[in-house]
Design a protein around this ligand. Structure first.
Ligand SMILES: [Zn+2]
Length: 171
């Protein structure tokens, strides 16, 4: 079941996507420059995930604007174990930023990192292989569909358990 933060973020992602498509902006590698131009101070950091997640990151930042909290800054935004990881500094007295960042990770696991379409979690090359969130078109050949359980054991520290559900169906 989706948390309130996740529902709120999912809605904002749809708004961002609709606005982006309306403006004729396609998803490509320029996404990080585009977002950094909008939030130059907050996003003055490495942003190294695929363009498919840029609508999530843009939506996160629009919601942070709405929070009106003390300014926060991101220190790194990247993909890890198939999910969107956003590390940040700043004050979060009631945990709303944390909830938003967790919601973004949750949503990214169902959204293709390359193109933003609905995805599945996959692993290439057996146990210990590369875990990625991808649609059928962008899955690494031969990867298996997996269920990933992420256990947060500290801020920015995770334990990952991946269970194979089915083999990839490419031949
Ligand atoms: Zn895709």
């Amino acid at each position: 079941m989706r948390s309130p933060a996740e529902r709120r973020l999912a809605y904002q992602v749809e708004l961002v996507r609709a606005k982006r498509l309306g403006a004729g902006i396609t998803l490509d590698e320029t996404w990080s420059d585009r977002l950094r131009a909008r939030w130059p101070h907050r996003l003055n950091c490495e942003m190294s995930c695929g363009p498919g997640w840029s609508d999530i990151i843009e939506a996160v930042n629009e919601l942070i604007d709405q929070e009106g909290v003390d300014p926060i800054t991101f220190s790194q935004i990247k993909e890890k174990f198939g999910g969107l990881r956003q590390y940040w500094h700043g004050l979060d007295p009631v945990g709303r930023i944390d909830a938003l960042i967790d919601a973004a990770e949750e949503i990214s696991e169902g959204m293709c990192e390359r193109c933003g379409r609905p995805s599945k979690m996959r692993r290439s090359g057996g146990p210990g292989g590369y875990i990625h969130s991808a649609c059928d078109d962008h899955a690494i050949r031969g990867s298996a569909i997996i269920r990933v359980k992420t256990e947060k054991i500290g801020r920015g520290v995770f334990r990952i358990r991946a269970t194979k559900i089915e083999d990839g169906d490419d031949s």
